[in-house]
Each structure stands twice: as structure tokens, then as C-alpha cells.
Design a protein around this ligand. Structure first.
Ligand SMILES: [Zn+2]
Length: 573
């Protein structure tokens, strides 16, 4: 978007012109500076460098406010904020948090104005805070006249980019600046500026894992391991995970997980109110991030996804945030011990509940018992796909064994008007039933894809490997077209011949409809279930656990078109 404020001739000026009066240049005077609010002594830290690799060009409130500040102080000028993401390079303009104020070094008046404003930004305040207004506005860096002034390396440095920036001043804002979460816009002393979580030093690589013949599974009482919104809940101080920020979360010796002998843990990751669309990834601490995202979160929303993660160095797993800043919650739901534990049984996916069909939605704060007749006696836990269907208001769904009360950890975050799905591992009671709890009224769908019991298959984690990507045809996958089943071999994952089910994070992208994807064992009858529910123009990820036949799965999109990407995390054999 180009925002251009043109000069509006006042009536008086018009009168002057039409009466033929002589216009005389105003006497030279120093360019003004903005009138700042009265600040207390608390001041923002210098903005961290936050990578500008996001795509959401809509001008952010803090960027528009900075524009107003410039135009109100210096009068009309051309200002550019938004830039299409297809134009190359990383730029704050792609995220609506950069602003170009068109002022030319060759124009004495414009040069004076630019210098006056920058001088105001970098002046110390009455408390001795250097670069006070730059910090209070959340400016990350400024480029002007072949020089750059960065908050993460304060002071002018030569700028060698392709544009000399002699015809405009470029301002890049931090996410806090872009959202007016800085003291300039909240001048009271008590403004709660939330710090970014400190990133710990990288741990040494873990020793090579030996999973033997594979791992059993032990369900635990869901336990919250991390909540960045609460000091002491996995973080020393309340903080937000910054772009590319990492936390290492101890998982052994907590929440019912033994201190040793653990191959992998099953976690539910929740991202909360990111500044911009982002992803969270979990992987063994001490190992490199493989690029496999576990959950995609839309700006300002709450989304969860289940993930199975091998345990890394010091019994910890690493958690990474892709973009912007977000709060993060991690719940432990079970673990795969190196010996013992329940074994997995694949079943043909089966819809156990669809309250749209029974016309009996869950009421607000209702707990409902649901029998799972497809699950045989002896089963101790089940693997479900749980969906909240277009509730009127947001809330959450929680699942627990029949006869028990809700655990206090959520499995699905309900979003008004949206279908939201998550994979769930949950205990069943002797009668093979579960309890569903809804914090808000809405329709619910439960699909069962397998169960754990005394006999069955063992889980083998692998280093996450991309098995297919329909955008490029990788792994033999083609774009999904509504109503048409497609076989996808998983040769790229090099699964052994005795693998009977695959565990993979599967992501839809380039999708323009609210529809669903079903994944099942190749050649079997198509089940009436869904694995991913899409939302237009957003990436949606879910943990898919599907039976294998001839090493392949079949996938089918409800309607429209979508690309599909699969990253294999492990398999059952
Ligand atoms: Zn710019």
C-alpha cells in the first residue's frame, strides 16, 4: 500500500493565490521535533533483532502511528509501508512493520527535517537513557544517507545495501513497536513490557539412540511442563518466545516420566497469540532443527498440535518458534520407554462421534462420556483425532479416561466459526470409554485410528524426514484435488518392510477452502474420517498416524485444491 498525503490547500491559501498576492518563502527556521508524552524513568530495552522473513504486509498499528507522528510533525510526504511478499529479499515491508519516509538529502528542507527527527530519536532523555525515543518507539533499525543505526548495535555504521537511501529514511520496527507495545504509546510507568525468553546455550549432541526392536507406550496424567505466561512454569520469568528463539525443556523425571530409559515423549504444543503467523517445532535437544514444524498458529489465535519427540541431551527436548513473538504452552501426555509399555494396534479409522449427525452438540462446560465400541477389551489407551466444529465462541476441548474428571489441559482450542483438529493420545477406562469436556458449546467429532494394549506393535522414532511435498512432486505426491484419492508411497522415508503404521506431521498449504484431508492405509476402503481440517490461505499441520499398505497411504481432499507436505517422525512395526 502506498499512503500518500497530498497537500490540501486551505481556503486562505487559495484566496492568496487567486488574489494574485506575492508568495514569499517563510524565513528559515530549525525543523521541529515531535512533542513527546511525559515519560517516567522506565524505558524499553533496545529492540532485539527480529528476522524480517514473514509475509503479512498489512500495515501494523505502530507503523501507522509512526507515519502519523512524522506527517503531523513535518507535514505531507509520501510514505511507503506495505510491500508485496513476491518482491525479493527479507524486508520489514513484507510484514507491515517498516516505513519509508520519502525525504531527499538533496533538498535542504527535507534534509533538515530528517536530521531533526533522527536527532530527536537518538537524544538521551532527562533520565540519561540513550537513544530514548528510538527505544520507546520500538525501532529496530534506521537507514538514511548511506548509514544504518541499529538498536542491536547502536550508533551510525556505513550501509552497503543496494539502495543508498538518499531519497528516503527507512524505519524498521520490532514486533512490540509494530503493535504499539512500547512506552511511547503506553507512557505510564507500569507498562508491562514482556521480555523475550532468554535462549539457552546449545547443548552438546546426544549419544546415538538405540531403540532396539522399538518402544512401547505409557500414558501419563497430562502434566504442564511449560507456560511462558507464568513465572516458574518452565521459565524463570514471564516471557515470550522470540522469532527463532529456543527453549530446552526437561522431560525426564517429571510428570510420571522416569529419570532414564525413555526413548521419546508425546507432547501437546500450544502456541498463543503470536504477532504474526508462525510455527512451533519440537526436536531432541542437542540436535539440529530439521525444519519440521509441528504446529502452525495464526496471528492472535491459539492452536495446539500433538508431537512425538525423541529425548535429547540431558533428558530435554528443544522448542523453537518460527516468527514474531508468541507465548507457548507444553503439556506432557505420555512417553515411550526403552523397555516395557503398551503396544500399538492399527485399526481402520472409525468415526466414533459426530454431534452434527446426532444433533446433540456439547453444551458449555458439559462433560460427556463416549463409549468406543471399536476398541477391544484390554486396550489401555487410544489414539483419536478430535475436532471442534465451528463453535459460536472460542474455548477448549479436554479429553480424559471415562470415569475421570477433566485433566485441566486442553487437547483442542476451539476457535469461533472454524473447524479445529488435533491428534489425541488418551487413556480409556475398563469399559473403553472416554470423557469429553467442552468449555464452550459446540459440535465435536471424534475419530479413532488405533489403540494401545498388552500386545501389538512397537514405535521406532526416526530423525524427521520429508517423505513427500506435492508442491514439487517430491516423493511422488501431486497436488490434491477435491474428491480424488491419491496414493503416496513413502519411499523417501525409507521405512522398513515390517512397518505397519506411520507417524508423520502433515501440513496443508496453498489451500483456499475450508475443507478436510483424510489419510488411510493404501487400498483399504476410504474411512469417513478426517485428519486435517483446512482454513483458507493458512497452513495447517496435524500429527497423522495412518496404517500402511505396500508402504503407502492414500490421501484425499474433500473439495477444492491443496498442497500437502509430509514429514515422517517414526513408525510402528
Ligand atoms: Zn524501506
Amino acid at each position: 500500500m502506498i499512503r500518500l498525503r497530498t497537500v490540501t490547500a486551505t481556503t486562505a491559501a487559495l484566496a492568496l493565490l487567486v488574489t494574485g498576492g506575492v508568495l514569499v518563502a517563510a524565513p528559515a527556521q530549525a525543523a521541529p521535533v515531535p512533542v513527546s508524552p511525559a515519560f517516567g524513568s522506565i524505558i524499553d530495552d533496545y529492540a532485539d533483532y527480529e528476522p524480517e522473513d514473514d509475509c503479512d504486509p498489512t500495515a501494523k498499528p505502530g507503523t501507522l502511528a509512526l507515519e502519523d507522528l512524522l506527517l503531523d510533525t513535518y507535514g505531507p510526504a509520501t510514505v511507503y509501508i506495505e510491500r508485496s511478499c513476491v518482491s525479493g529479499g527479507s524486508s520489514g515491508h513484507h510484514a507491515g512493520r517498516a516505513l519509508d519516509w520519502m525525504h531527499d538529502v538533496g533538498d535542504p528542507e527535507e534534509y533538515e527535517e530528517a536530521e531533526a527527527f533522527l536527532g530527536w530519536l537518538f537524544a538521551a532523555d532527562q533520565y540519561g537513557n540513550r537513544d530514548a525515543m528510538m527505544r520507546r518507539l520500538g525501532l529496530m533499525y534506521i537507514i538514511w544517507n548511506r548509514q544504518i543505526y541499529a538498536s542491536y548495535d547502536p550508533g551510525w555504521e556505513p550501509y552497503y545495501g543496494s539502495s543508498p537511501h538518499t531519497d528516503h529514511v527507512h524505519f524498521s520496527l520490532s514486533w512490540d513497536g509494530a503493535y504499539e507495545r512500547t512506552t511511547y504509546w503506553n507512557p505510564q510507568d507500569s507498562f508491562p513490557a514482556v521480555a523475550s525468553c532468554p535462549t539457552p546455550p546449545t547443548l552438546p549432541a546426544p549419544p546415538p539412540a538405540n531403540y532396539g526392536a522399538g518402544l512401547g507406550y505409557v500414558v501419563t496424567t497430562p502434566t504442564r511442563l511449560l507456560d511462558t505466561r507464568l513465572a516458574g512454569q518452565g521459565v524463570a520469568e514471564r516471557c515470550k518466545l522470540r522469532a527463532h528463539g529456543r527453549l530446552d525443556i526437561p522431560v525426564t523425571g517429571r510428570g510420571g516420566v522416569p529419570g532414564s530409559g525413555v526413548g521419546a515423549v508425546v507432547l501437546n504444543l500450544t502456541g498463543i497469540s503470536p504477532d504474526i503467523g508462525t510455527y512451533l517445532a519440537a526436536y531432541p535437544a542437542g540436535k539440529a532443527f530439521t525444519g519440521t514444524a509441528s504446529v502452525n498458529i495464526f496471528p492472535g489465535e491459539i492452536t495446539s498440535a500433538l508431537v512425538v519427540v525423541p529425548v535429547g541431551t540431558n533428558g530435554t527436548v528443544s522448542l523453537l518458534n518460527g516468527s514474531g513473538r508468541a507465548d507457548v504452552v507444553v503439556d506432557l501426555v505420555g512417553y515411550h520407554p526403552l523397555s516395557g509399555g503398551a503396544l500399538y494396534n492399527v485399526q481402520a479409522p472409525q468415526r466414533a462421534l459426530d454431534t452434527r449427525v446426532t444433533a446433540n452438540p456439547l453444551a458449555t462446560r458439559e462433560t460427556r462420556n463416549l463409549a468406543l465400541p471399536s476398541v477391544p477389551a484390554g486396550a489401555t489407551s487410544v489414539v483419536l483425532n478430535l475436532s471442534s466444529v465451528s463453535p459460536a465462541t472460542g474455548g477448549y476441548l479436554s479429553v480424559s479416561a471415562g470415569g475421570s474428571s477433566a485433566s485441566g489441559t486442553s487437547s483442542v482450542n476451539m476457535i469461533a466459526g472454524r473447524v479445529v483438529t488435533n491428534r489425541v493420545y488418551v487413556s480409556v477406562d475398563q469399559a473403553r470409554s472416554i470423557n469429553l469436556y467442552a468449555s464452550a458449546a459446540g459440535h465435536v467429532i471424534v475419530d479413532v485410528v488405533g489403540w494401545f494394549g498388552p500386545s501389538g506393535r512397537r514405535y521406532v522414532p526416526v530423525t524427521p524426514v520429508r517423505a513427500f511435498d506435492s508442491r514439487t512432486g517430491f516423493g511422488g505426491a501431486d497436488q490434491l484435488v477435491g474428491g480424488r484419492a491419491q496414493q503416496i508411497g513413502l519411499q523417501e522415508a525409507r521405512l522398513p518392510g515390517d512397518a505397519v503404521a506411520v507417524v508423520m506431521t502433515t501440513t496443508t498449504t496453498e489451500v483456499y477452502d475450508a475443507t478436510h484431508v483424510t489419510v488411510w492405509a493404501h487400498g483399504q476402503p476410504r474411512p469417513a474420517t478426517s485428519d486435517i481440517n483446512t482454513y483458507p490461505e493458512h497452513n495447517t499441520a496435524n500429527l497423522v498416524i495412518a496404517g500402511l499398505s505396500e508402504g503407502s497411504v492414500d490421501v484425499r481432499l474433500g473439495h477444492g485444491e491443496s498442497e500437502l507436505v509430509g514429514d515422517v517422525l517414526g513408525y510402528f512395526r
